[in-house]
Ligand binder design. Structure first.
Ligand code: MN
Length: 316
């Protein structure tokens, strides 16, 4: 079996459809049918176009395309942090308030999806009846033997607590929505990656202009004793100061063994013009910022213990 591993789509059906056609998928009136022997694998964040990059109808088309493929055994899809956020946004906690506050940044980042489902509050709506249960049932990661897939960070320390659980279990979902609980901490790391605190008083502005005290780190690296924060940020960002990483932060990393099967993830918004190649021979982030002007990138996995840049396919 070959797998076509597709990173964060964020509602960009205008890029997903041509990418699938480029890879030899054909629409037979029901769904996109892969070439014989191929399965598509989506790395999460199917929803939520980026603010400022509206995609009317795109989220709904992407969801329908992926679910239709999945129902015929032609696709797998794992959860991204945007799916988790959406589930929490639309689910009330035991106190009656939404598990994710419905205002500010939370509302802005989800608005493009809400626009495609204007009746989302209606319990009988497609959003509530179809997409909420479907997203809750998404696996958090896949280990397919020859390779591994996760939205942001392969961190086996956190797998056990989540093993065999489903977000369709309400008690488990409530625990996952609370970052002070072990379940919430675990799902946060797997779907958002390792975020390292900057020592006081340092901060930086991210690409949306928000001030951040934590930076997204190359979790697969083993930080040495004298490593600087700027050496560990991913993608590279020279706004991050050259100050030492706090010793306690080194324990947050999940150094990825060089002899482990390839691991694929998305999430990180690599620059649109970044070379399409792995971070390490067996570690690859496939998110090249399709949501904000970059290409939608897939990796065609045909076996092998190293990731071959020739197997990248992108649109455009
Ligand atoms: Mn993400």
């Amino acid at each position: 079996m070959h797998y076509d591993i597709i990173a964060d789509v964020h509602g960009r059906f205008d890029k997903l459809e041509p990418l699938l056609l480029k890879m030899g998928y054909q629409h037979d009136g029901v769904s996109f049918v892969p070439p014989v022997g191929h399965t598509a694998l989506f790395l999460g964040d199917l929803i939520d176009p980026k603010p400022g990059h509206p995609q009317p109808g795109g989220v709904r088309k992407v969801l329908h395309a992926v679910k239709a493929m999945q129902e015929r055994g032609h696709a797998l899809a794992i959860m991204g942090n945007h799916e988790l956020n959406a589930i929490c946004y639309h689910t009330n906690g035991p106190n009656g308030d939404p598990l994710r506050v419905q205002e500010g940044k939370n509302q802005r980042t989800h608005q493009g999806t809400l626009d495609d489902f204007p009746d989302h509050k209606d319990p009988a709506s497609e959003w509530q009846q179809v997409w909420m249960p479907w997203m809750k049932a998404m696996p958090l990661y896949l280990d397919l033997g020859g390779f591994r897939a996760i939205h942001a960070c392969w961190h086996p320390d956190y797998f056990e607590i989540l093993e065999g659980k489903s977000l369709n279990d309400y008690e488990f979902l409530v625990a996952c929505a609370d970052q002070s609980r072990p379940e919430g901490e675990a799902i946060e790391v797997l779907l958002k990656g390792v975020e390292v605190p900057l020592p006081d008083p340092h901060d930086f502005e991210d690409h949306t202009g928000i001030k951040r005290r934590h930076f997204r780190a190359r979790w697969w690296d083993m930080p040495g004793d004298d490593v600087m924060c700027r050496d560990l940020v991913f993608p590279a960002n020279d706004q991050i100061p050259e100050v030492p990483v706090a010793p306690e932060a080194r324990g947050m990393f999940s150094p990825y063994p060089s002899d482990a099967p390839p691991v694929f993830f998305g999430h990180y918004f690599k620059p649109a013009d970044a070379t399409q190649e792995p971070e390490r021979p067996n570690v690859a982030c496939l998110d090249h910022s399709a949501a904000i002007g970059g290409p939608l990138v897939a990796y065609r996995w045909k076996g092998g213990v190293v990731i071959n840049p020739e197997n990248y396919i992108s649109q455009p």
